[in-house]
Write a protein that binds this ligand. Sequence first.
Ligand code: SF4
Length: 775
Amino acid sequence: MNLNIRNAFEKPSRKKQAYEKPLKTGRNEQTEKSSTSDVHLDDMAFLPDDDNEARDEDDNLSPEVRAMMKQLERPSKVDAEPEPTCTKIYYASRTHSQLSQVLHELEKLQINLSGTSVLSLHPEASKSPPDSAKRPISLVDEDDEVTTPEVRAVSLGSRKQLCINENLKGKAGDLDEACRQRLSEKGDRRCQYLPPIEDEIRILDFRDQVLATPKDIEDLVVSGQNAQTCPYFGSRRAITQAQLVMLPYNLLLQSAARESLGIDLKDQVIIIDEAHNLISTLLSLSTIQLPLKTLTTSLHQLSIYLARFKDRLSTQNSLHLKRLVGLLDALLKYAEEWKGERNKVNPNPGPAKAKENVETMTSGELLRKLGRKVEGINLLEVEAYLKKSRIARKISGYCAKELEKAAGADPLKRAKLSRLSNTTPPLHAVESFIVALTASSDDGRVTFSMIDDQVEIKYQHLNPATYFREVVEVARSVVLAGGTMSPISDVTNQLFTWLSAEKLTTFSCGHIIPASNLQTLVVKKGPRGGDLQFKFDRRNDQALLAELGQIMLNFANVVPSGMVVFVPSYSFLHVLINAWESSGTLEKLRSKKRVFMEPQDASGVERVLREYAAEIQVPTVKAAPGSGRKAGALLFAVIGAKLSEGLNFTDDLARAVVIIGLPFANLASPELRERMQYVNRLEQSRGVKRLPGVKDAATELYENMCMNAVNQSIGRAIRHKDDWASLVLIDGRYSSPRIRSKLPKWIGESLIITETFGEVMKEMGRFYREKKSRL
Ligand code: SF4
């Protein structure tokens, strides 16, 4: 349908920000069809656009809507002149809370970008900015006397984060789709928070409020509530004039998200913070999971939809949809047969048989397995249809509406629907899967695996550069920044092999603390002289665990206040705690410091951290009068889990960070094996020859993944220039030059490799005594 009110603030282009396409009127040929069909007018919004075009032709438009259409067909001031714009910094980080921290830092800087080179007005726009753009926001050129008190910044988020329509947020189904539908409605049924076109001034006022002072997502919601205007569309409307656009990775890195937000990265500056996460984020954004249940539900939804609209769909749309059904049907049959085969061969699968329960193939191989009929389907055509028709969204929206009708007022059914609303609609997963299959065959793999007796189909993308290249190629400059980005070779080898060397600069600086504030020790031997190597097959070794218990008791005696101990996995943490509970070591540890453990369930993390921090504050005597127990606490955490990133264990919260073992990933994982083989293939295709004795690209990737995780955990301590702490690496393998070279430079230089445990205690004692004497 071409009545684009619902798209009003959705895809602003530089020229026509608010109302992109003029509305079309249609002919009256469809009247007959409408009158004979039993499809309700409400349902017709769910038809593909081509079919909706037919509907426009007999749309019973009200006089008001027709008047609006006429008005929109006349070029408005906004349409006539481009809104002034400037070069922007797109600042991306992993989470909104990280972006919020950056905004607060920005406030401290109190910089004024008006009149600086960063503000380069569009030459045409600067001659005569439109009225709507001249109001409170001071986009000024160098001679202008008006000053902008702050950087014009805008934070972008999803509807889930920014929608203020409580009626819609509480409902089942896809919020994006529900919002789009509300915007296509008229009168009271339209969302009251997005002003209609004749009231554009409201959204422009709100845009100006957004830009007036930097706001994080929470501030935007509050401002939107106060102004009774949608912060989701208001923030998008502010992009053109913003100097700084803060956004989470997914909105920057996915082309569909950029398109939908109207983000054009051409000649812009991009900063990616916490960039050690970049490769894993790029890979996970393009990895698609398709559980069998999702596939079955999608097929079911498609059949309902086809049955419902069979008389209304154009021949072309019917054909496409039937082709889609054929493809999904074949995929479902293959998955069911595959499951049957596995159950026959391997009726009692356990972890040891995990490998046998996985099959990996390229997209081409999958299509061949699905049979000749499917092999003949042009996936690019299917992809184009899915994108153009937005059929997945329409079918999901239609089915959600039907489910809601069927649920009526039944509280149980409504609760179920509400849970469903937080999951990705099944057809969206199917669409993403099909789109993924169209990528280059060598860049991805499809896996079939049995998880809890269910088949899961997954597309795993192997090349993180595929989608990042689109960003780098158009941008003016891209900065990857991070506190602990070592080992950097992964970033260069996996993301930038296509870029000429002179275009890539790496810069690493030392820590801001004086060298005397950091002590880094490698512990090779335990108090009883045993070798300390926590390889996977030794993690149940009781003698080793006992030695480790003794080490912790010794450390708890000398480390003041907080001590954070990172272990390689939750399973190892459980083994450790069970062993120490039986041996009485845990009890002894508790007599020295209160012991906390990272919960596996995310909901418990905040409580544990709060209690841990509170315990650190307790003065020595009050903590355990007469018991000899020192004030402070000991927190066991897991490398790569919830406490190893994004948290600051400042000052007394961590006077020691202890890392036990090396958290190498499970080599039996099919995903990991595929990635390792891929990087080897990639290096061979580039003709790189390694010197004899130098490990291959796959081994380097494997080690780098491990050390990247270790470095994140290490980075939790020493968070400001006066902070100090001891970093203790317990595992003999940390003394090898290869592993040491993968530690951050500021650590590597001061590393002490101890030969005996006595040496460890001597060094720690000296360090803490020296620190105490300065307090
Ligand atoms: S408040 Fe905004 S996001 Fe929510 S429904 Fe209304 S227009 Fe859509």
